[in-house]
Unconditional design. Structure first.
Length: 170
């Protein structure tokens, strides 16, 4: 199994678990603030939708040959996002608005994004650098690095969503 197939398998597993946890909230809990300074479950889901939508566009867009190892930033990305002890701040462009979210719409959109990733990752050259957008801190990333970013970023917010679920329901 290639690295990109392994990453896609992990993305699918993570998305399925994220969708399952989001599904387990009652409709009236989707927009509930669990504690001061926290996002609602709906905002967490919307944040994933906003970021993954951008990555889908980026991975589908313009690219160029990569002048370094195509997985050069993977370890750094994975280490940072899977360290749940550090608090991260989202860039403004992916901060979800404070509003009432519809659970079914969020779930359908997440499933649609998962399907789009399943159509992109197996057919695109994962070693190419995507040139449509520079990420804060990292700059231009390869599709391999973006796929890993999607996986661990979604895992990070899955962890957050589970914590919110436990707070709201206990």
């Amino acid at each position: 199994m290639t690295d990109s197939n392994k990453t896609l398998k992990e993305i699918n597993k993570t998305f399925e678990e994220f969708i399952l946890v989001l599904s387990s909230f009652y409709d009236e809990q989707i927009n509930k603030v669990p504690f001061d300074g926290s996002w609602t479950p709906g905002q967490v889901a919307q944040h994933i939708i906003m970021s993954v939508s951008g990555f889908v566009d980026l991975m589908s867009g313009s690219d160029e040959e990569t002048s370094r190892q195509s997985d050069a930033y993977v370890a750094t990305i994975r280490e940072a996002f899977l360290n749940f002890d550090i608090k991260m701040h989202s860039p403004d462009f992916v901060i979800p608005p404070i509003k009432n979210y519809n659970k079914e719409e969020l779930l359908l959109t997440l499933d649609h994004l998962k399907n789009q990733l399943n159509q992109i990752i197996p057919v695109k050259d994962m070693t190419k650098t995507c040139t449509g957008f520079e990420l804060p801190v990292f700059g231009h990333l390869t599709r391999t690095e973006l796929a890993n970013f999607i996986e661990v970023h979604t895992k990070r917010h899955l962890h957050q969503l589970k914590n919110i679920y436990n707070i709201i329901n206990h």
